[in-house]
Write a protein that binds this ligand. Structure first.
Ligand SMILES: [Zn+2]
Length: 86
């Protein structure tokens, strides 16, 4: 199998309150900001090998400030252009 030290950790975010941004990969820093912006969303930490695409889920947990919000209004943006939509 692969060299374990080459694995990359990705953080996927899912949640109704994220609206169209559900399913995005986020950095730890972005997660900190999201925790203040959203009431509840789930984070899945997945280890991925860049060489062979081997991957597995390490952990999942819920973040958020507990205040329920409506999903953001859907905006017209390019799929990966999430900064422009803020
Ligand atoms: Zn590998």
């Amino acid at each position: 199998m692969c060299k374990k030290n080459a694995l990359v950790e990705l953080r996927y975010t899912f949640g109704e309150q994220l609206g169209q941004y559900s399913g995005r990969i986020k950095t730890p820093r972005e997660l900190e900001e999201m925790e203040r912006e959203f009431g509840e969303f789930r984070v899945y930490i997945v280890e991925v090998c860049p060489d062979c695409s081997w991957n597995h889920m390490c952990a999942s947990f819920v973040l958020g400030d507990g205040t329920e919000r409506k999903a953001p209004r859907k905006t017209r943006t390019l799929e990966d252009d999430d900064y422009a939509a803020r």
